[in-house]
Design a binder for this molecule. Structure first.
Ligand code: ADP
Length: 449
């Protein structure tokens, strides 16, 4: 097992990895920008190294500085967290070339799944059902027209290098196609330096359902059930549940079988998530994330497993030591992503937190790097806390979530706490009756009132 792990991230996710390491007797190295010198992840780590100025490209994305920090501190392995360098195949290769373990999948699989066109092609070959659309990247507007006519409108133009919902444009009819094609390509070029786009049928009322998997380097692949992440705004998740209020155990098992067989054939290793749209009882693959995800705690709560410890054990070459039939699901878990944003306009609200009080009690977990007096810097993602609850049933989890949201205090900055309270009170949410379009309408209704 590793003696020391460098955590190439910040905020709650750096803390999350630190906690797993501590419990495994592994020392930790935090890296930080000058803006994060007094951040919680730096305070708690065994050692810390400043890797550059506030902009992420000069610090948290500065591979040379991060690899130097690992060399200076004598770390054996690097955990990338999520975001930043976590899906950068070149970084994973450099980590391995420096004789360190990369706590994640192989560079080859990171690269394959990072290109969404290649990912869809690989999944098609492995027998995983896809959203109907173009067989590869679109070579021209004429091709887009032909494919759209074939699959039927509305259609979605998506960036091959996409992520975070960027470079995605809907065309409701042929008249809108040229504009969608042009804007999606321009956005993709600006955001990812790559303007390849592909086309999918735009589903009108799907749920976003994703499956968590782990694979060791000895051929065992298991899944930990699904998460329902349909509550999204601008294709970004706000609330996640495990399991899905809409899925039966038989549907989960069938999907799990297809996915674990496919990943075993691929020779995949470490953690991954396959994302699907689910409509009319049918699953359609949209993408695979080759990393730990923000919403992983809901899976941990229902499975009673620490996914980060498993990632570390796998990277150290250990066997999972259990089979699919050993994995059981208990109760229901819900996560709210609380961000430093205005709850109505979603404008970022960095600044000093005067009072922070985290809720507690049975079945309540808060993953956050906040403390009273902490100044949320303006340079990074606005996520400041994940409130996660677990209950024996979905109804108990909702009651617990409402109570915990009431207890939670983040004063001094605006946060999305009021929005989360409103969502939890909504009768449709309580019934589990929602699709990926529900939250946009809910937010618009609230603003109109
Ligand atoms: P990104 O990598 O940018 O997050 P995804 O492919 O994961 O992009 O899609 C993000 C979200 O966009 C999905 O969760 C879903 O809400 C929506 N979406 C993606 N593809 C489709 C589609 N074909 N039809 C309808 N909605 C879609």
């Amino acid at each position: 097992m590793f003696g020391k792990v460098l955590i190439a991230n910040r905020g709650e996710i750096a803390l999350r990895v630190h906690r797993a390491c501590q419990e495994m007797g592994i020392r930790t190295v935090a890296v930080h920008s000058t803006a994060d010198a007094s951040a919680m992840h730096v305070r708690l780590a065994d050692e810390s190294v400043c890797i550059g100025p506030p902009p992420a490209r000069d610090s948290y994305l500065n591979t040379a500085a991060i690899l130097s920090a690992a060399a200076i501190t004598g770390a054996d392995a690097i955990h990338p967290g999520y975001g930043f360098l976590s899906e950068n195949a070149r970084f994973a290769e450099m980590v391995e070339a420096h004789g360190l373990a990369f706590i994640g999948p192989s560079p080859e699989h990171i690269r394959m799944m990072g290109d969404k066109v290649a990912a869809k092609e690989a999944m098609r070959r492995l027998g995983v059902p896809l959203v109907p659309g173009s067989p590869g990247a679109l070579s021209s507007l004429e091709e887009a027209r032909a494919v759209a006519a074939d699959v039927g409108y509305p259609v979605l133009i998506k960036a091959a290098a996409g992520g975070g919902g960027r470079g995605m444009k809907v065309a409701r009819g042929e008249a809108e196609l040229e504009e969608a094609y042009r804007v999606a390509r321009a956005e993709a070029r600006a955001a990812f330096g790559d303007d390849s786009v592909y086309l999918e049928k735009y589903l009108d009322r799907p749920r976003h359902i994703e499956l968590q998997v782990l694979a060791d380097t000895h051929g065992t692949v298991v899944h930990f059930g699904e998460r329902d992440c349909s509550l999204q705004r601008r294709h970004q998740k706000l609330v996640e549940e495990a399991g899905s209020p809409a899925l039966s155990a038989a549907e989960r098992d069938a999907l799990g079988g297809t996915v674990t067989r496919a990943l075993a054939e691929l020779g995949y290793r470490n953690a991954g998530t396959l994302e699907f749209l689910w409509q009319d009882g049918r699953f359609a693959f949209i993408e695979m994330n080759t990393r730990l995800q923000v919403e992983h705690p809901v899976t941990e709560m229902v499975c009673g497993i620490d996914l980060v410890k498993e990632q570390i054990r796998i990277a150290a070459g250990e066997r999972l030591g259990y089979r699919q039939s050993d994995i059981r699901f208990h109760g229901h878990a819900i996560e709210c992503r609380i961000t430093a944003e205005d709850p109505e306009t979603f404008a970022p609200c960095p600044g000093r937190v005067t009072t922070y009080h985290a809720p507690g009690g049975l079945g309540v977990r808060v993953d956050s790097a906040l403390y009273s007096g902490y100044a949320v810097p303006p340079h990074y993602d606005s996520l400041v806390a994940k409130l996660v609850v677990h209950g024996a049933t979905r109804a108990e989890a909702i009651a617990r979530l409402r109570r915990a949201l009431d207890e939670m205090v983040v004063d001094g900055i605006r946060t999305t706490l009021p929005l989360h309270r409103a969502i939890v009170d909504d009768p449709e949410f309580r019934r589990g009756d929602y699709t990926i379009h529900w939250l946009e309408r809910f937010v618009a209704r609230r603003r109109a009132e």
